[in-house]
Write a protein that binds this ligand. Sequence first.
Ligand code: FES
Length: 145
Amino acid sequence: MYTKKVMDHFTHPRNMGEIEDASGVGTVGNAKCGDIMRMYLDIDDNGVIRDCKFKTFGCGAAVATSSMATELVKGKTVQEALSVTNKAVMEALDGLPPVKVHCSLLAEEAIHAALWDYAEKHNIKIEGLSKPKNDISEEEEKPEY
Ligand code: FES
């Protein structure tokens, strides 16, 4: 049911934990399944993501997508980090079962929420980033994949 990569990231999650004094923190949940994901970003003066950590209270796919998402955004600029969509995360994991697609949306949205927090704190605008939702379950009917 799950690919090797999903199992690997689920059993050995990368970058789990939190960042003290993070540049941006984003928390999103899905009221339908009750899962919650929190992303921490450490961003340098040039707008490059130096570090990213996550805490996920949720299913295995949510853990695996959080882990992969942290790997994908590290080293990217805040602008480039927007390319880390749920589709990109799923591709990097060699796919997810259809019923688990919403878990990857949580990862995309958590990154956006952390970027939004960073932008607000620094009074900047990240082109193409709109205000994230705290609860993504309303979007579930029409996931992007
Ligand atoms: Fe909801 Fe996976 S079951 S995030």
